[in-house]
Design a protein around this ligand. Structure first.
Ligand SMILES: Cc1cc2nc3c(=O)[nH]c(=O)nc-3n(C[C@H](O)[C@H](O)[C@H](O)COP(=O)(O)OP(=O)(O)OC[C@H]3O[C@@H](n4cnc5c(N)ncnc54)[C@H](O)[C@@H]3O)c2cc1C
Length: 712
């Protein structure tokens, strides 16, 4: 038990300060809870309005609604601006990119609050001068401990009340930890100085065990802070995680031994917050993984299972993409949520977050199971399959990919455990316009959103779906599904534009008459190892096969002399009207000034303004090679070019965002799942556009929510 030394000294003011801190925290959490409730009410009222065939269910209806919308618009605009990430990679440099403006302001306010707590009504002279300030710093430090733990768990009380998931509040968790380290430093340094002045330091260390625990606690806190910096987390996440858990345990023990009785409640409160989160997670884990299955036709014959069968196969060997299908899942989820996946036979103690790449479908009403699903047992249990699309990194995901064996691509079956779903994405079908932007595997986030909207559009009138991929070969994976979803949504009255941009950069004819796709603008072409386009804004062309090129076999087999979007290439003609494979055109070289973007989609099914872009006048390789590169995918996948619009080169942010926002007659959501820099650009762009258009400030322009999701 800790000593109560100096507990009675100066503690009245300190306790008041601690109380005030918790009142402020309570007010803020309460306010966020109210926002959460209001948000749910808004969602319901929009869905109700949509069900009543209101033509603009997302538009503000009254004065209070207008005030709310204006306040929301102001907060969103202030929160969005951010310094563009210094790098897209998970390197030391990325760590120095400042937080977006909104988060920076929150951190600044928190720091100012702690500085005031440290200094208000504090003695600055007198016999106990150093001790008094040091003791204040001790109170300020220990008071923050429960708060930093409150905002740390996946199912914390904070998350349950506010609906802000842990991955969206982690930044604050880290910054509060850093602030605690500073206030502990103040506490320790001033006690040290006071004892040193009175020549008491050695004696303190010898006779007061609590002081030794205090030093221990400071050491542990410093260790936690150091091992939590981004590069360490990225280096080896599992080590970071285990170390973090063990260190927090050690810290709480040191605090328990160090702090006086009057402050010990902070330690217990912290433990209670952790226990709350862990208990709920354990319950969720058991609920998600224990399931029954019918063993015979008799209704009473059920067997109990722990864990799920995961069907794993390689989706794309070149892009190192693995698909995991978790069978017979009984949980519900929403598009944009993720689960934690663990496969003990691969890595026993690891679980990794992955976005769910398909949508939840409610079981059909009783009696219709057999007809609709052809699987009465699954329908009866309310179970269904959950899909994940995983791109290989260095650890678990790579092992998963390798597990799939060399060539035959027969699915591998493994036992898997899942936990979730986590994440609080917006209710996508309560916006009038939905703009979805994804690069590469970010499509696992945006595709289910389109799927959810296609199933139940509710308020949605327009969807613009943009997917940027590196290689044409990537398109084969999901284009068919995309086309189907686009058509399904169109059949329900939604105006859908699906644009797939291939950052193929330059294209040339290889010796054997095949097209080859090199890296981007102005780079040395085709050389093995010429990996990333130097002029590349988004570093999308990161990996290439061993020859440094990607091969595309022309559908008609015609060799094409030169085809390309690159500056070094020769001009190409505009795309022909009609289905893309119908009339493969002889390509001509583009002029050097032509931008690397164009559409092969010939009949727009959308009223998108993108058709009026400059790019239309500047066809590039895919257009030139209609019957060849993009078209190959169109033909093999069996959908028409009316369904999907193809373009070459990186699409410009303004062309993705401005047309739908300008057409919107209700609220828009712009969701982006991409690399760091593209997400920063999208955030900044949306913020700027909202400001320029004076959204909800009397101009008539409707609100825009910007939602970004990163996989790092
Ligand atoms: C909310 C969310 C959704 C995601 N969805 C997808 C998806 O749909 N498809 C996909 O391919 N990837 C997704 N990711 C990324 C995926 O979780 C990591 O790529 C994966 O965990 C890497 O594991 P690894 O051991 O193979 O890689 P490593 O090479 O060991 O790590 C690569 C990166 O992943 C991070 N990481 C590793 N383990 C974890 C973990 N347990 N929790 C959080 N981060 C970790 C590391 O810090 C590092 O930055 C998502 C990440 C998050 C946070």
């Amino acid at each position: 038990m800790p000593s109560d030394m100096s507990d009675n000294l100066f503690s009245k003011t300190n306790r008041d300060i601690a109380r005030t801190y918790w009142i402020i925290v309570g007010v803020v959490v309460g306010f966020l809870t109210v926002l959460n409730i209001v948000d749910r009410i808004l969602v319901r009222s929009r869905l109700k309005a949509a069900a009543n065939n209101n033509p603009h269910p997302t538009r503000v209806k009254n004065r209070i609604g207008q005030i709310w919308a204006t306040a929301t618009a102001l907060v969103r605009e202030a929160a969005l601006p951010s310094v563009r990430s210094f790098t897209n990679k998970s390197t030391l440099l990325a760590m120095f990119t400042p937080l977006p403006l909104g988060r920076s302001v929150v951190v600044f306010i928190y720091m100012a609050m702690v500085a005031i707590m440290l200094s208000i009504n504090v003695y600055t002279s007198g016999y106990w001068y150093y001790e008094k300030i040091a003791y204040r710093a001790a109170w300020v430090s220990v008071t923050q401990i429960p708060f930093v733990l409150l905002i740390s768990g996946r199912l914390s009380l904070f998350t349950l009340l506010t609906n802000i998931p842990s991955e969206r509040i982690n930044w604050l968790h880290r910054w509060v930890g850093r602030v605690i380290l500073i206030s502990v430093l103040v506490h320790m340094a001033l006690f040290w100085r006071g004892w040193d002045l009175s020549d008491f330091l050695q004696t303190e260390l010898e006779i007061m065990p609590m002081v030794r625990y205090g030093f221990g606690g400071f050491g542990v806190l410093g260790w936690i802070t150091f091992t939590s910096i981004a590069p360490v987390r990225w280096f080896t996440y599992e080590l970071f995680y285990l170390n973090h858990l063990a260190s927090v345990g050690a810290l709480l023990w040191c605090l328990y031994m160090h702090v006086p009785q009057s402050a010990i409640y902070n330690v217990w409160l912290g433990i209670a917050f952790i226990a709350f989160d862990r208990l709920l997670r354990a319950i969720l884990f058991l609920y998600s993984n224990i399931h029954t299955s019918q063993t015979s036709t008799s209704k009473s014959n059920y067997s109990l299972h722990f864990g799920h069968t995961a069907e794993i196969n390689i989706l794309d060997r070149k892009e190192n993409l693995t698909r995991v299908v978790i069978k017979d899942v009984k949980m519900k989820w929403r598009a944009g949520q993720h689960i934690y996946l663990s496969i003990p036979s691969l890595r026993p103690f690891e679980s990794h977050p992955f976005s769910i790449s398909n949508t939840y479908e409610a079981p059909p009403p009783p009696g219709k199971e057999h007809k609709e699903l052809g699987n009465p047992v699954a329908a009866h249990n309310g179970s269904r399959d959950l899909h994940l699309l995983i791109s290989s990194r260095a650890g678990f995901s790579k092992q998963l990919h390798r597990k799939c064996g060399p060539a035959d691509n027969a699915p591998v079956l493994l036992k898997a455990f899942i936990e979730g779903p986590y994440g609080s994405p917006p209710a996508w079908n309560t916006f009038e316009t939905v703009v979805l932007i994804a690069t590469s595997t970010g499509v696992t986030f945006t595709l289910p959103v389109l799927e959810e909207i296609a199933s139940n559009p509710a308020c949605v009138r327009r969807v613009h779906f943009h997917w940027t991929v590196r290689h044409v070969s990537d398109l084969k994976l999901l284009t068919k599904r995309l086309a189907k979803l686009g058509n399904k949504a169109r059949s329900k009255g939604v105006d859908v534009l699906v644009n797939i941009a291939v950052t193929c950069g330059t294209m040339k004819t290889a010796k054997d008459g095949k097209f080859v796709v090199g890296s981007g603008d102005g780079d040395s072409f085709g050389a093995a190892g010429s990996v990333v386009s130097k002029g590349s804004e988004y570093l999308l062309l990161k990996t290439m096969d061993k020859d440094g090129v990607d091969e595309i076999t022309p559908v008609n087999g015609d060799p094409v002399a030169s085809c390309c979007a690159g500056k070094k290439e020769t001009p190409a003609p505009p795309p022909k009207a009609g289905p893309c494979c119908a009339e493969p055109s002889e390509p001509q070289a583009p002029t050097p000034s032509q931008p690397a973007q164009i559409h092969t989609r010939t009949i727009s099914t959308s009223s998108s303004g993108s058709s009026s872009s400059d790019d239309e006048a500047a066809p590039c390789c895919c257009a030139a090679a209609t019957g060849n590169s993009c078209c190959e995918t169109v033909c093999t996948c069996g959908f028409s070019s009316d369904d999907i619009e193809f373009s070459c080169g990186r699409p410009s942010i303004s062309k993705m965002i401005i047309p739908p926002i300008e057409m919107a007659e209700g609220e828009t959501v712009v969701a982006c799942c991409a690399n760091r820099r593209l997400m920063d650009d999208v955030r900044n762009y949306v913020g700027r556009v909202c400001d320029e258009r004076a959204v909800h400030k009397g101009s008539g322009a409707q609100g825009v929510l910007c939602w970004t999701e990163g996989f790092y």
